[in-house]
Design a protein around this ligand. Structure first.
Ligand SMILES: [Zn+2]
Length: 323
């Protein structure tokens, strides 16, 4: 009888041993286990096995992390070394050129342009190799600055360009590069709380600012065109903004958004013709085709909008979740 009871307790203790080990059993179970393992070598052994298994696992994880960290460090060191070699190679032509200049062979202006060109190459190669985080963003920023420096030095030293002309080119370059690269840089980086879900809006504001800087510098260079540049530019930009706002913020059915976008594009087309900003002959053959296309688009937009309306009334829950 006593033997049977002893075995029974062992079974119970072994059942709750994992719970005891994880520290999640009740106070009574804890006392029972602690009392029992002191007197029962079999259960005591089991508990020790649980403890060593845990320690082994921890050790294994630590070792694995160590190996990974080591590997990563090795890779980074290699990239760093390659980066340094490329940087040194880029210095070679600069040194040779400077020596030639010192001996009276070339003009100092060529050195300046060469140095800025080498900075551009370094921005595209060395920077991503030696930087630890946000490689892409750093590469784009440094390369853009170096590109502007190349433009500036070539233009000022060889073409006697005006500063205004430089800004015309610089703003156009930054605007042009921003369209594909700014979103990538922005979505790659972590912004402060509150700005994290406003990346689309930040991109739109950024691009708009560079667009108008570009328009203004062109307008200063050609004062007769300033009015048209600003008015027609705003006309174009406002269409882009409207599409963005409809797609991003209008809390409606996707088909309604698509219909809305089509209708806005259509409205801008007709407005453009009315104001003579879009130059084409309505009566000509190509004009007739365009009118036909835009009329069809408008009808299609209305159709999508109506279908979206009906669907959102039929399945009101569908987009309650999305909002
Ligand atoms: Zn036992």
């Amino acid at each position: 009888m006593s033997d049977f009871l002893e075995n029974d307790i062992c079974d119970i203790v072994q059942d709750i041993l994992p719970l005891y080990h994880d520290g999640v059993c009740s106070e009574k179970s804890r006392i029972l286990v602690e009392k029992h393992v002191k007197t029962c070598p079999k259960c005591g052994d089991l508990l020790r096995k649980l403890e060593t298994a845990d320690a082994d696992e921890a050790k294994l994880i630590e070792e694995r992390q160590h190996v990974l960290a080591h590997h990563e460090k090795q890779e980074k060191t290699l990239a760093m070394k390659i980066g340094m070699i490329i940087a040194a190679l880029l210095l070679l032509p600069i040194i040779i050129m400077l020596l030639v200049t010192l001996s009276g062979g070339t003009d100092f202006r060529s050195d300046v342009v060469l140095i800025s060109s080498m900075l551009l190459v370094a921005g595209l190669t060395v920077v991503p190799l030696i930087s630890k985080q946000n490689r892409f963003a750093k590469m784009i920023i440094v390369s853009t600055l170096a590109l502007l420096l190349v433009i500036f030095t070539t233009q000022q030293l060889f073409y006697h360009g005006s500063i205004l002309e430089f800004f015309e080119i610089a703003f156009s370059v930054v605007f042009g590069l921003s369209i594909p690269f700014f979103p990538v840089i922005l979505f790659d980086s972590s912004l402060p709380e509150g700005f994290q879900n406003k990346k689309g809006l930040i991109t739109m504001i950024w691009d708009t600012v560079w667009f108008f800087l570009m328009m203004f510098t062109f307008g200063i260079a050609y004062p007769g065109a300033l009015h048209d540049l600003i008015v027609v530019g705003s006309f174009g930009i406002s269409l882009v903004w409207l599409i963005f706002l409809i797609v991003r913020y209008l809390p409606k059915h996707p088909l309604m958004k698509a219909g809305g976008v089509l209708l806005v594009i259509d409205a801008w087309f007709w407005l453009g013709i009315r104001q003579n900003w879009l130059t084409f002959e309505v009566g000509s053959y190509s004009g007739k085709i365009l009118v036909a296309i835009y009329t069809t688009l408008a009808l299609f937009g209305i159709l999508l909008f109506i279908i979206g309306c009906i669907r959102s009334k039929m399945y009101p829950d569908y987009f309650k979740d999305k909002e």
